[in-house]
Design a protein. Structure first.
Lengths: 756, 206, 323
């Protein structure tokens, strides 16, 4: 691993590797996930779901269900507050249901069997409404309307730089293509679960969430309570990948039932419920017009995208980073229509819209390189933004910031060298005979780091041990470990003396949560600030004990010593015991909007595939994922993220598409067997090679950057490009099923036989 | 599960009391023996309700006897009746592997095994792997290689590894990959899981 | 899952005595890998389960007349690893090894594998289709990417079993018992097509138990292979599969048995492909001709045309691997 040594301090803890600090809990079954918790008197909840893609509930009679012995509470839309779930158009339970699988009512009973028996006893009269699944059709006149104000969410998002019409006219070559990604599953191993308990007017919710504070904010709104009366706890979370990054209906439904039943209630989603009623990865249809000049400069790009938001999702959605942030494009226009349809709700999923956008943009650029006879790596190197280039600070097109600490070029160069890009044939197939042909492909991606309000506190106990409190979560990204490492490094204590308490809103200050490359980057800065706060206090306490001023002493290896005279020292433990009071440090930070220096994190993916022309099978022979990670905090965690994220990106090429029946709008394949997430045999993980580019940033803790999202961005584009290089077919729709590949090969055959 | 509405007569007995009764010997777990049908115990239907049965099984060396509804899966039995929550419910359809436990030496999906069918069986779960504070070599290997991220699938991965290495102590990587193919890891820590299995094999030889 | 009465008889006679005259009320539970999922999804709501997985009379792999006798409740993992099976009917071992995962094979029985229900999404989502006693196959104008290209209609399910094509190729016989009466049926006759009965996939009556499979030893000079194409590398049902057994003498094909899985409502014997090979040297041209003949008559639906070239390629390659 290449490590750039531009830091002046010697790091003792940060930059190391090794297992996460809660590894023992995770390998012994002791780690308690939400579904593992039992409270005295706890009831079991089940949800009745709509069989219709779109319907109004004309009547709902719960009396027969309520009369069943063992049923303790039934709730319907009449019980739910007329307040949308945070970041959504959806209430906890709605009078008009907008996708098949939406919650209609819920039951709390003494056991699962009773709850299951009671569900069909709820009489629902549906007034079935026409439905629409396709985002473009949903905008046509006469399309079924999901909302009174139409199917379009807000205004189209328009971003304009330069003059795209003029720019395209100035180009030597323009191509126009459309790329399609369907609604896809993007969930985790642990299905959603929530437990609610009321003590008087105080609500406690244990939830499988990435963002306890967002869940708390939602619940305060749903029940009109102050923050102090709502506690949300997410200790161990079995993965999230964005699907648990916001508040969801399940926590509110559990709390409604619990309030009515006056007992704790556990709502554990089944796998099918998790697939249908969590966040799905939104469908995109992206129309791209790309124009270049003969000198290989990217001159103009016109992007029109239809984003299928599903039934309710409001916040985020859409594309954002690839066209605007990676390449220098003087004339750029992106127009995005965020459209509501009757497919299950979408929301953030790993990479949000970046994998979809990377697929479109980096496929289009590859098609252009082929048209012009350019090397795809050279073409990208010529056009990627470099340090000092103007760049948009926020989501607008205005390039009001300056790019710093960017290494897109290095990612491309190191990745190309690793996979031996020079051997790539410029002709599709490269004269390979026989049914199987190999090809190489590349795609570039990037993303910003974290953001929003982050908070943490650090306590140094009387014995010198340290606890980090943060209300964000460790969803498998190792944040307990990396945040503890930041505290240990900052304070000057060994990692073994630090423990982290994650995901409890009552013991830690507000923090947005664990999503969007932000836990390490944003919460990490809060931890660093809190630890520094502690350190100042400790040094001020210890200085008089050592007959020195605070500026003259330092803390290292859990010993406070006089810098100029190491013989004058006191173990931290002694300092703390003589002090007689714990030290509490607070850290709250927001990403500064005033910052004009913009640092982002780049990545470049290279893949060698083998395509079987007769069976349509695409095999990944080798995959190189080069990522700028800033200062790696824990190298093991970093590599694990890159390897896993890369496979999740590849998974989108293989399957994971939700399929709907066109006649009734129901999802037909909401199971693992049918969605087919990768097994150990699917992509040989031994052939996935992470390249960790340690590129110390300016703004993150110790120069670290966020990484969680990026590795899953580029798989679809890189594989599509490699497939073209192998056999000359252009795949513009994922997943790359046998049906898609064999159809494309069949269409190609007459054309190639003509040229032959 | 304190619940006045759930009248499950709890027939569990402590290991000592049960052994005193001499009904069932528990010893070192047999890793390869599958009981022949003649040896297998039969679950006893309760007299009052044919839809409930008394099941007896040994879990992590401790004998249990409990009356349950017949619909109870082994996973529910472990998690809800014995409060052994290491095995996870990821799909409840034999499609993910998070619920994997070892029954009579074989790794199976406990979500799709009825508790009544496991009557007379020896069941090993993640909770039974470590000896006190001493982690099992497989657990050590998973820590050494960080063979997980979120940890939700990890109990199942480790129990599959256990059943596999007991039968194939020195596997090739390809054998190990096939053996592990019934356990999804959505975090996709597959490279590290494979390394963990191979290292565990070496540690178990030592 | 609704609750049910559960009985674990100790003899075949006792087990059979529990069975009724009606499908679905009293059901046999073997490995449960399919049935329990169906019950959880309310596709089946039996009142009573008769557990036969550990029934002594249904266990084990024994030598039989000219081959092997395999108890219907024998686990797939035992079959895949069995030395006698690997020696005398390697095709069956190969097929068994492609089923599901190690855990599935540790739970599922050969009898259950033969009697499992289709994986059609409409069936599994409880649409009132032929399989649920209705009179529609929803796949015809719906999502049919995984459906039948051969012998479909009025139902277009594909038979999901991997061991079935292997056993058909091997010319196995299944033994069926009512407890008192017993009969042997050539396995090809065990499966029924949708034109015969669109609701069911085999001839078993509600009071019958599949007890044993008689597998003749593969003939001398024969070679066999099972090839299965899936979306995933594993843990998947076949997009298409082929069980092929070719017997040659002096380089000339004397007998060929080619059976397809995943493309028809029952294990489909590609008789035309078999005929193409007989009397010929098994070379590239012969394999290609047989591959083409195997999909002769295929009538794909709107979304599964890819299965035609796929099946053709898989058959061709399977045969070539035997050359």
């Amino acid at each position: 691993m290449a490590q750039q040594q531009n830091t002046t301090r010697t790091l003792r803890v940060i930059g190391g590797d090794g297992p996460v600090i809660d590894a023992v809990e995770r390998v012994t079954g002791q780690a308690k996930y939400t579904g593992d918790l039992e409270l005295p008197g706890m009831l079991v909840a089940r949800v009745l779901r709509s069989p219709h893609a779109h319907a109004r509930i004309a009547g709902i009679d719960t009396s027969r269900a309520e009369a069943l012995p063992g049923v303790k509470a039934v709730v319907t839309h009449k019980d739910a507050a007329k307040v949308p779930i945070w970041g959504n158009r959806q209430r906890a339970l709605n009078e008009q249901v907008r996708f098949a699988g939406e919650a209609v009512a819920a039951i709390a009973a003494v056991d699962e069997e009773t709850a299951a028996k009671a569900l069909p006893l709820i009489d629902v009269k549906y007034e079935v409404l026409p439905f629409v699944l396709d985002p473009e059709k949903a905008l046509e006149p006469g399309a079924p309307q999901l909302f009174a104000d139409g199917n379009l969410e807000g205004q189209p998002r328009v971003l304009i730089r330069g003059d795209v019409e003029r720019g395209l006219a100035e180009c030597d070559r323009v191509i126009e293509r459309v790329y399609h990604t369907p609604t896809m599953w993007s969930g985790s191993m642990e299905p959603r679960a929530a437990i609610a308990q009321w003590e008087g007017n105080k609500l406690t919710v244990w939830a499988s969430t990435q963002a306890p504070c967002r869940v708390q904010t939602n619940l305060t709104g749903q029940f009109n309570l102050p923050d102090s009366q709502v506690r949300v706890i997410a200790s161990y979370v079995g993965g999230g990948f964005g699907t648990k990054s916001a508040a969801h209906v399940d926590e509110t439904i559990a709390a409604l039932l619990s309030r009515k039943a006056r007992r704790p209630v556990k709502l554990q989603y089944s796998r099918e419920e998790e697939i249908l009623d969590s966040n799905t990865r939104f469908e995109t249809r992206v129309y791209v017009k790309v124009g270049v000049k003969r000198d290989m400069t990217l001159h103009a790009m016109d992007v029109k995208a239809y984003i299928n938001q599903g039934a309710y999702h409001v916040r985020l959605g859409g594309l954002g980073n690839q066209a605007t942030h990676i390449y220098r494009i003087p004339h750029l226009r992106t127009v995005q229509y965020r459209v509501h349809t009757n497919v299950p709700n979408t929301g953030p999923t790993r990479g949000v819209g970046d994998p979809q956008e990377t697929f479109a943009i980096d496929s289009a650029l590859d098609e252009m390189a082929v048209e012009m006879g350019w090397d795809p790596v050279e073409f990208r190197l010529k056009n990627v933004k470099r340090n000092g280039d103007p760049i948009a600070r926020g989501g607008s097109g205005a390039e009001d910031g300056r790019l710093v600490a960017q290494v897109t070029d290095r990612c491309l160069e190191e990745g190309a060298a690793r996979i031996d890009w020079s051997r790539r044939s410029t002709l599709p197939g490269g004269g390979q005979t026989g049914p199987r042909a190999r090809g190489l492909g590349v795609a570039v991606t990037e993303r910003g780091n974290g953001g929003g309000l982050a908070g943490a506190s650090v306590t140094v106990n009387l014995d010198g041990s340290v606890v980090v409190f943060y209300a964000s979560t460790d969803i498998g990204t190792g944040s307990r470990t990396t945040l503890s490492m930041i505290a240990a490094e900052t304070l000057g204590v060994p990692l073994a003396s630090v423990r982290a308490v994650a995901g409890d809103t009552e013991v830690a200050p507000y923090d947005g949560g664990s999503y969007g490359n932000r836990t390490l980057y944003s919460t990490g800065r809060a931890v660093e600030a809190a630890a520094r706060d502690c350190l100042d206090d400790i040094l001020a306490t210890a200085a008089p004990m050592l007959k020195a001023s605070p500026a003259e002493v330092e803390l290292g290896d859990a010993v406070v010593r006089v810098k100029a005279d190491a013989s004058r020292s006191l173990p931290l433990r002694d300092v703390m015991q003589r002090r007689g009071r714990s030290v509490v440090g607070d850290g709250s930070v927001t990403q500064s909007q005033a910052e004009t220096n913009v640092e982002r994190a780049a990545g470049a993916h290279f893949v060698e595939v083998e395509v079987d022309r007769e069976t349509g099978k695409i095999r990944i022979l080798r995959y190189v994922s080069a990522h700028d990670v800033g200062q790696p905090i824990n190298v093991t965690v970093v590599e694990n993220q890159i390897e896993g994220g890369t496979i999740q990106g590849l998974a989108l090429t293989q399957a994971e598409e939700l399929r709907f029946d066109a006649r009734d709008g129901r999802c037909l394949n909401a199971s693992f067997l049918d969605l087919k997430p990768p097994t150990m045999l699917d992509f040989d993980a031994r052939r996935i090679e992470p390249i960790v580019i340690a590129n110390i940033g300016e703004q993150g803790p110790y120069g670290a950057k966020g990484l969680g999202e990026n590795p899953c961005h580029a798989g679809m584009a890189a594989v599509a490009n490699a497939v073209y290089n192998a056999v000359g077919i252009r795949l513009r729709r994922v997943p790359f099923t046998r049906a898609e590949v064999l159809r494309a090969l069949a269409e190609q055959r007459p054309a190639s036989s003509r040229t032959a | 599960m304190a619940d006045e509405d759930r009248d499950h007569s709890d027939l569990s007995v402590t290991r000592r009391a049960f052994l005193k009764g001499g009904a069932l010997a528990t010893g070192a777990l047999s890793s390869t023996l599958i009981p022949t049908p003649a040896d297998a115990q039969l679950p006893v239907a309760t007299e009052s309700d044919p839809r409930r049965s008394v099941v007896e099984m040994t879990v992590n060396g401790v004998a249990y006897r409990k009356e349950v509804p017949n619909r109870t899966t082994l996973l529910q039995f472990l998690r809800e009746h014995l409060t052994l929550t290491g095995a996870k419910m990821g799909c409840d359809r034999a499609q993910c592997g998070a619920c994997t436990v070892v029954v009579n030496g074989r790794n199976v999906y406990s979500c799709t095994t009825l508790a009544v069918e496991a009557t007379g069986a020896e069941v090993l779960t993640i909770e039974g792997l470590a000896k006190g504070d001493a982690l099992h070599p497989i657990q050590q290997a998973f820590i050494q290689h960080s063979g997980f991220q979120c940890g939700f699938c990890t109990s199942g991965q480790i129990m599959t590894t256990k059943a596999f290495l007991d039968r194939v102590p020195r596997p090739t990587e390809d054998e190990a990959r096939r053996a592990m193919s019934g356990n999804l890891c959505r975090c996709a820590a597959y490279k590290r899981i494979l390394e963990s299995v191979m290292t565990a094999s070496r540690l178990m030889q030592a | 899952m609704h609750n049910f009465a559960y009985i674990r008889p100790t003899t075949l006679r006792d087990a059979a005595a529990q069975l009724g005259k009606e499908h679905g009320k009293v059901m046999l539970l073997a490995g449960g890998t399919d049935l329990l999922g169906e019950m959880k999804d309310d596709l089946r709501v039996p009142e009573k389960l008769v557990a036969i997985r550990q029934l002594r009379e249904l266990q084990g792999i024994r030598p039989g007349r000219g081959g092997l006798r395999i108890g219907a409740a024998t686990l797939l993992s035992d079959i895949a690893e069995s030395a006698p099976v690997r020696e005398q009917a390697p095709l069956l071992a190969m097929a068994a090894e492609t089923v599901g995962t190690p855990q599935i094979r540790n739970m599922a029985t050969i009898g259950g594998n033969l009697c499992q229900r289709p994986r059609c999404w409409y069936y599994r989502n409880n649409y009132p289709c032929f399989k649920h006693g209705g009179s529609v196959c929803y796949s015809v104008t719906g999502e049919n990417e995984y459906h039948a290209i051969l012998e479909g209609g009025p139902s277009y399910i594909v038979h999901p079993s991997d061991t079935a094509p292997a056993l058909v190729a091997l010319g196995a016989t299944v033994r069926i018992s009512t407890g008192g009466r017993e009969r042997g049926v050539p396995i090809e006759k065990f499966f029924v097509g949708p034109r015969q009965d669109p609701a069911r996939e085999n001839i078993l009556q509600p009071n019958e138990i599949l007890t044993e499979i008689e597998v003749p030893s593969a003939p001398a000079g024969s070679k066999a292979v099972y090839v299965k194409e899936m979306v995933r590398e594993v843990w998947d049902f076949a997009l298409c599969s082929v069980a092929a057994m070719v017997t040659t003498s002096g380089g000339i094909v004397g007998d060929a048995r080619i059976v397809l899985g995943g493309v028809a409502p029952f294990p489909y014997r590609a008789l035309k492909a078999e005929a193409v090979l007989k009397g010929r040297r098994l070379d590239e041209a012969a394999a290609a001709a047989a591959g083409a003949a195997a999909v002769d008559g295929a009538r794909p639906l709107s979304k599964n045309a890819y299965k035609v070239p796929l099946t053709q390629a898989v058959v061709t390659r399977a045969l070539l691997s035997l050359a």
